[in-house]
Design a protein around this ligand. Structure first.
Ligand code: ZN
Length: 130
């Protein structure tokens, strides 16, 4: 398993596709699966559009609309909205590997989603051969 660390801003999607591709290449697995996972409760991993940055902008806007911060929330840390975004988006992605490469569509990128930064974060890439 490979561990990556990153510094995040308050609310952003960081493209981590290149790091995941490197980890897959280093693993030397021809056919298998790649798990990208983050060990956080206010961050997530997702796959989405890598060409038009407006898509990520709109995704952030929709997540903020769906999960606004509310005074009625009980969690004392004040970041319940970020916990909800993390659960809905999910903390991992599982991507097939074929011919030694990630099977990603032309417009797909892998993103680390920060919902409650700035923070120092981690994500892991585990490659499983078949
Ligand atoms: Zn919290």
């Amino acid at each position: 398993m490979k561990t990556f660390e990153l510094q995040t801003k308050s609310f952003e999607f960081v493209n981590i596709t290149a790091q995941v591709r490197e980890a897959v290449a280093a693993a030397g697995v021809e056919e298998g699966l790649c798990c990208v996972y983050c060990p956080h409760t206010t961050a997530a991993i997702t796959i989405n559009e890598n060409a038009d940055p407006d898509v990520l902008h709109d995704l952030k806007m929709a997540l903020s609309d769906t999960f606004p911060n509310r005074e009625e929330f009980l969690h004392a840390e004040g970041n319940s909205h970020a916990h909800m975004k993390s659960s809905v988006v999910g903390t991992s992605e599982l991507i097939p590997i074929s011919g030694g490469k990630l099977v990603l569509g032309t417009w797909q990128g892998i993103y680390f989603c920060e919902f409650d930064g700035p923070r120092t974060r981690k994500f892991y890439v585990q490659v499983i051969g078949s």
